[in-house]
Design a protein around this ligand. Structure first.
Ligand code: PMV
Length: 327
């Protein structure tokens, strides 16, 4: 073999039931199950060339060669793929996002999903969706959820093979919209890998985990029934419970800015006083994902744009699975 190439495209995802804390940090086996959908239109495109002439892996992200911890994390993932395939050579990984890194949309999920699909395909390893999801999980837990399309559930699993995500409804099952209110473009101080390790230090994590399965089931049932009145409270509760764990761990993580809370309160007012179908969920950062039905989104989007502290809005709908780009 001289050069083997493949290009894959994957989207980031938004969790409606969150992953925060691992049962096994090394394998990234989550302590609780989660639910998400991929954000169509936002994407990472990754080209992998396994080349005999390379003396080491080369990693290019958004047009620039990277070194240090970012490169190491990619090399570590390529090591899993080398072990899986028996291939000894090195790869050039060239990855770019069509959404700005500073937008507060986690790119590690789409990055490790696209990398897993491109790197294994280039080596002729035709993994099943389940195997790819488990592999992507080793790079970034939530990347497991960016492999399947539509509405996705990621099971905890007790072993590497058992911890994977799968679709339980197609993207067009429900016309939900994620309006992402960007209130800060600053890079987060504590990333999620460190955050997962801190989760167990919170006295609230055991309560969160004891009630996680029930929220997971309520959320899945609300999605299957397209019941927004049932979805909204469980999505907000799950996000608030995760942020309570973040705030009460050691060290304490506080991701919200004043504008985060202002958007959260406005979302509640729109729902409670005007009956609009909207609820919030927030990841490990200050930006607010406003989940709406399509009808409510057209009313809410212009209003969100004018809220003080909101810098920008991204709009995304449920997307399809990670896929290969054909040359
Ligand atoms: O996949 P990670 O390690 O970046 O963790 C993602 C954590 C959250 O975004 C906060 C929640 C989630 O389930 O996506």
């Amino acid at each position: 073999m001289e050069t083997c190439t493949a290009i894959a495209i994957a989207s980031p995802n938004i969790a409606l039931i969150k992953y925060w804390g691992n049962a096994d940090d090394r394998l990234r086996l989550p302590a609780s199950p989660s639910i998400s959908f991929n954000l169509a239109g936002l994407q990472t495109r990754t080209r992998v060339d396994w080349e005999d002439r390379l003396a080491a892996d080369e990693v290019i992200i958004n047009g620039e060669e990277v070194t240090g911890a970012t490169r190491d994390r990619v090399v570590h993932h390529l090591n899993h793929i080398r072990r899986l395939s028996g291939h000894q050579g090195f790869a050039r990984v060239d990855s770019s996002n069509n959404f700005p890194t500073g937008a507060g949309i986690a790119s590690s999920a789409s990055a490790f999903a696209a990398l897993s699909l491109a790197a294994t395909t280039a080596l002729g390893l035709h993994l099943s969706e389940r195997e790819l999801s488990a592999l992507a999980r080793l790079g970034s837990g939530s990347a497991a959820r960016s492999i399947p399309g539509g509405f996705v559930a990621w099971y905890t699993g007790a072993t590497h093979e058992d911890s994977y995500a799968e679709s339980f409804a197609p993207p067009d099952h429900w016309d939900l919209v994620d309006l992402i209110a960007v209130v800060s473009r600053a890079h987060k101080t504590t990333g999620s890998t460190a955050g997962h390790a801190i989760a167990a230090t919170s006295p609230l994590q055991s309560a969160r985990l004891a009630t996680a399965q029930e929220r997971f089931e309520r959320c899945r049932a609300a999605i299957l029934a397209r019941d927004f009145a049932a979805l909204a409270p469980v999505v907000e509760l799950d996000s608030n419970v995760m942020h309570s764990v973040m705030m009460t761990g050691n060290p304490s993580l506080m991701y919200w800015e004043p504008a985060t809370l202002a958007v959260m309160q406005q979302v509640r007012r729109w729902r409670d006083s005007e009956g609009l179908d909207v609820c919030f969920t927030i990841d490990a950062g200050p930006n607010v994902h406003c989940i709406c039905t399509a009808a409510s989104a057209s009313v809410i989007e212009p209003r969100l744009r004018h809220l003080p502290g909101v810098l920008q809005i991204y709009r995304a709908v449920p997307g399809g699975p990670a896929r290969l780009e054909t040359a």
